[in-house]
Design a protein. Structure first.
Length: 187
């Protein structure tokens, strides 16, 4: 399911062991709804199941925050889905709490103290069983980040994600689409 995390928008960085939630306020979202959809997709035989799975933004954000909270350096995460496969994610994090090693981790830790607010905007490109995310904008603490830092940030947040080639969509999924407030996974 590691590749599926990447499919569900960068980010991301999340173990996908099901964690079915109890009752949640609808405005906050229900992370259990996303877990149920992921489990159904993973269990479906090729050619079976619905042609399309729809994940509400509120449910996705509740799920994303539940998963992100397991990592000591991410304080808050929020995804937004727009028309025509536009998507964005905002993270509030403290990179100095990241437990990884390496040059880029040390470089970012040196550059930023305290809490960072990372905002990424871009476009999901998907079809024919492949998926990628094209970054159109990236800011940290309202400072525009140059493309030279995109690779190091992605290598820290998603070490298994290769920005140079599209990912294969798992479980027979063929496409990913967004509408305002919704993520659609299509067989």
């Amino acid at each position: 399911m590691k590749n599926f995390n990447l499919l569900i928008l960068l980010l991301l960085l999340i173990n996908t062991a099901p964690t079915f939630a109890a009752a949640f306020d609808d405005a906050q979202g229900d992370p259990g709804e996303v877990d149920k959809i992921l489990a159904e997709i993973a269990a479906a035989e090729p050619g079976s199941g619905p042609a399309e799975y729809i994940i509400r933004e509120n449910d996705f954000n509740a799920w994303l925050n539940l998963k992100a909270s397991k990592h000591g350096f991410i304080n808050e995460a929020e995804a937004r889905f727009g028309e025509e496969n536009e998507a964005s994610i905002s993270l509030t994090m403290e990179i100095s709490k990241y437990q990884g090693e390496g040059y880029y981790t040390k470089m970012l830790d040196t550059m930023f103290e305290g809490e960072q607010h990372l905002k990424v905007g871009g476009k999901i490109k998907a079809g024919d069983g492949k998926f990628s995310f094209v970054v159109n904008s990236l800011t940290i603490n309202e400072v525009i980040v140059t493309p030279a830092l995109v690779y190091p940030l992605v290598s820290i947040l998603l070490p298994e994600y290769n920005l140079d080639k599209p990912l294969e969509l798992p479980y027979g999924l063929q496409d990913v689409r967004t509408e305002k407030g919704f993520l659609k996974l299509i067989r």
